[in-house]
Design a binder for this molecule. Structure first.
Ligand SMILES: NC(=O)c1ccc[n+]([C@@H]2O[C@H](COP(=O)([O-])OP(=O)(O)OC[C@H]3O[C@@H](n4cnc5c(N)ncnc54)[C@H](OP(=O)(O)O)[C@@H]3O)[C@@H](O)[C@H]2O)c1
Length: 329
């Protein structure tokens, strides 16, 4: 089968479509004929460039049709349209992942391919209202946004959440989820066009990332979901109300931040980390998407053979929302 791998040089220029072995499902595994896949920032981090040592197939997000099942598979049947949960080995919701937790994609073969084999526990029915592209980009970002906002962030209707860097895949989905839950949403972006698009998607306030946020917001926010890191961390802490919360799940611009501890203890803030989520949370996220008929914002969809271009778009942070890959039927 064909799959997207990376070899050399480092970065998107080393991304190529290769012939790789057809996967066969073992016991309790299912094979999915992928119809669409999605890119995440994590995939960019795999493009380190090892001459003569191609990576396994890249990618964590995908949706398609089950076309073979291994021995003992009970939950799924051939012909089912499914979306893949990229969180492996984490079934029930817990404060942190169990030792068995792994993210689908490198080091094991990922979703940017014609077929993938995954545990039966990692496929769920595709929300019927979503196109293949929409279902294919939802998994990793949807799960991360869900746990950050609701499990860890305990966001309630009527509260305000701030989402820095709204062009990002997780950020745009977090905006949709928070609005559907009845929250007020403030966002930031460096790009005026992305700020306008966020307002059109329902954001209540859109600030320039490179400005003084505190001077512009009407009142401090209940929750910040922070993935930008160094570039925004200090301002993210400053805009939170006394007793409010910051959930961090990324360090996009660097992970070494300065903290004035008084910002935390005087206002008694809660600062918490999160990563991905459990199968239980994935199902809750899909149920919410179905209930509210939500559709992830898609920036652009490329063909599988155009994967290098798709990676370049992500590397340049040109996207608003998710970048997808269509896998020919
Ligand atoms: N822990 C987890 O489970 C988990 C899961 C998913 C993602 N993540 C992490 O979360 C982050 C976001 O992931 P993603 O896939 O949504 O990424 P993405 O689609 O690549 O988006 C990143 C966004 O960051 C903003 N940004 C980039 N450079 C910036 C800079 N110099 N200053 C300010 N803002 C900047 C941009 O927003 P604007 O263009 O609007 O300014 C960009 O759209 C990544 O660091 C990723 O590794 C972690």
């Amino acid at each position: 089968m064909r799959g997207v791998v990376h070899e050399h040089p480092a970065g998107p220029a080393g991304v190529r479509l290769a012939m790789v072995a057809d996967p066969e499902p073992g016991p309790h595994m299912v094979r999915v004929r992928l119809r669409a896949a999605g890119l995440n920032h994590r995939d960019l981090l795999q493009l380190t460039g090892q001459p003569g040592r191609p990576t396994p197939v890249l990618g964590s997000d995908g949706a398609g049709v089950v076309d073979a099942v291994g021995e003992g598979v009970r939950r799924v049947a051939v012909g089912d349209a499914v979306v893949i949960n990229p969180s492996l080995g984490w079934e029930t919701t817990s404060a942190s992942p169990p030792p068995s937790f792994q993210i689908l994609g490198v080091p094991r073969p990922g979703t940017l391919a014609e077929w993938i084999v995954v545990p039966e526990a990692n496929v769920e029915p595709k929300p019927p209202h979503l196109s293949w592209e929409e279902a294919g980009v939802l998994g990793l970002a949807g799960l991360t946004a869900w746990r950050a906002l609701f499990t860890k962030g305990e966001l309630q209707a009527g509260q305000t959440v701030l989402i820095p860097g709204i062009g990002g895949g997780v950020a745009t989905i977090a905006l949709l989820f928070a609005k559907a839950a009845g929250a007020k949403v403030a966002v930031t972006s460096r790009d005026p066009e992305k700020r306008a698009r966020a307002l059109a998607l329902g954001a209540d306030v859109a600030l320039d990332t490179d400005s003084d946020w505190l001077a512009q917001i009407e009142e401090p926010v209940d929750l910040v979901v922070e993935s930008i890191g160094e570039a925004t961390w200090e301002r993210s802490l400053l805009v939170i109300r006394a007793g409010g919360r910051l959930i961090t799940f990324g360090a996009h611009t660097g992970s070494r931040v300065l903290i004035d501890l008084r910002d935390i203890y005087r206002r008694q803030l809660t600062v918490m980390g999160t990563t991905m989520g459990s199968a239980e949370e994935f199902r809750a996220m899909l149920a919410f998407v179905n209930r509210h008929q939500l559709r992830p914002a898609i920036d652009r969809v490329f063909r599988l053979e155009e994967a290098a271009q798709a990676f370049r778009r992500l590397e340049q942070a040109a996207q608003f929302g998710k970048v997808g890959l269509l896998v020919p039927a």
